[in-house]
Design a protein around this ligand. Structure first.
Ligand SMILES: NC(=O)c1ccc[n+]([C@@H]2O[C@H](COP(=O)([O-])OP(=O)(O)OC[C@H]3O[C@@H](n4cnc5c(N)ncnc54)[C@H](O)[C@@H]3O)[C@@H](O)[C@H]2O)c1
Length: 351
């Protein structure tokens, strides 16, 4: 096994992110070194649990923890309050107490749900993220945002609840569907554009980099952003680069365009908007990397179509919209403007 990379997050809770290759079967030992023996409720999905559930629970059992597992169908449609309630019922049956823990074994869906269940069960118990998708590794497992979806929209019910540990074995990413892996790379590219030119240059050379080092760098960036703005009142908004337009594209497609693919196109739209806003033009640079990763680069929707969705998404936040725009690669800024200006800029950008 390679050496473990440890990244520490100092937010309302201080915790480590342990990053390694081939370390999943050692999770029990790693937890034993940090936590007292306790019961652990493992939440996972029906794709991930058959692949990794046994390795995790056997390792925990061997290290003296007692485990109870709860497996739900995979996919975004499972990120519901009902599934959180059924997981909590399972914890009640297993007599999980405040001194016990939850483990999220899976991608962002499982991480968000397990984190939310841990945030509200008995007014909050500790939880550990074991991310198994690239998106969860570089983004959702770090930072303490937990949530479920309701019919009115995604992530509308949730809580800030920092994990007690993030334990990542990059070997688990080897079983991902190529499209899920690629979607994760949209977020990796995003980190490079918003805050790290060197990371961008590294990932722009597709296939010729060390994945573990790239993931570690993304986590460091997320750590820095979370430490500066844990509760999302300012610079954490930078992480939304490509997402305002991306969410609109995703929604307009009836979710047939995947999240990563929509964000990838959303980053190109943001670059076009930045150009007409008066910033240097990085459209070609961003389009090239997006294309090199195999994403479509054309936005199939007009400025008016995108605007109608952006407006309905932003109603709760008032008439102003904050766009994340690239000033240069590795330096994005938050630009607050009246909603109507966003429409004008998109039209001027040729959308
Ligand atoms: N909390 C945050 O800060 C934050 C940030 C970004 C995204 N999110 C949330 O993350 C979610 C998306 O996460 P995601 O992209 O990981 O999706 P996901 O959890 O649905 O996983 C994608 C698919 O990959 C499968 N899978 C997971 N790990 C696997 C593995 N190792 N091998 C084979 N298959 C595997 C899953 O079963 C699922 O079918 C969304 O709900 C989004 O809102 C949260």
């Amino acid at each position: 096994m390679a050496t473990t990379t440890r990244i520490t997050v100092k937010a309302s809770g201080t915790y480590d992110i342990l990053l390694n290759k081939g370390s999943l079967s050692d999770i029990g030992q790693a937890l034993k070194e940090r936590f007292k023996p306790c019961s652990i409720a493992v939440l996972s999905d029906d794709k991930v649990f058959p692949l990794y559930g046994k390795t995790v629970t056997e390792s925990l059992d061997k290290a003296g923890f007692t485990t109870v597992s709860h497996v739900i169908p995979n996919g975004e449609q499972s990120k519901t309050l009902d599934n959180v309630t059924s997981f909590i019922s399972r914890m009640v049956d297993a007599q999980i107490t405040r001194t016990d823990m939850v483990i999220a074994l899976g991608g962002g869906v499982i991480g968000d749900m397990a984190g939310f269940a841990a945030a509200i069960y008995l007014r909050g118990i500790p939880y550990i993220q074991v991310p198994t998708t690239l998106l969860a590794a570089v983004d959702s497992s770090v930072g303490g945002k937990t949530a479920v979806d309701i019919s009115a929209g995604k992530n509308l019910i949730g809580a800030f609840h920092q994990p007690a540990l993030v334990y990542l074995d990059t070997d688990t990413l080897s079983t991902l569907d190529p499209q899920v892996m690629r979607d994760g790379f949209a977020e990796v590219i995003k980190y490079g554009i918003i805050l790290d030119r060197k990371l961008f240059d590294t990932v722009a050379k597709t296939g010729s980099f060390d994945l573990k080092s790239v993931i570690a760098r993304c986590i460091e960036i997320k750590r820095d952003v979370v430490e500066a703005d844990e509760f999302d009142k300012g610079m954490r908004g930078l992480l939304n680069f490509g997402h305002t337009f991306g969410h609109a594209i995703e929604k307009l497609s009836g979710f047939t365009i995947t999240h990563g693919s929509a964000v990838a196109r959303g980053m190109i739209v943001a670059a076009k908007v930045a150009r007409v806003y008066g910033f240097t033009d990085y459209t070609d640079v961003i389009t090239k990397v997006v294309r090199d990763y195999g994403f479509e680069t054309e936005c199939p929707y007009s400025a008016d179509q995108l605007y109608s969705v952006i407006l309905s998404d932003k109603k709760r936040a008032g008439a102003d919209i904050t766009l994340v725009l690239p000033k240069s690669i590795g330096a994005c800024t938050l630009e607050k403007m009246p909603a109507t200006q966003v429409l004008e800029l998109m039209k001027k950008a040729g959308l």
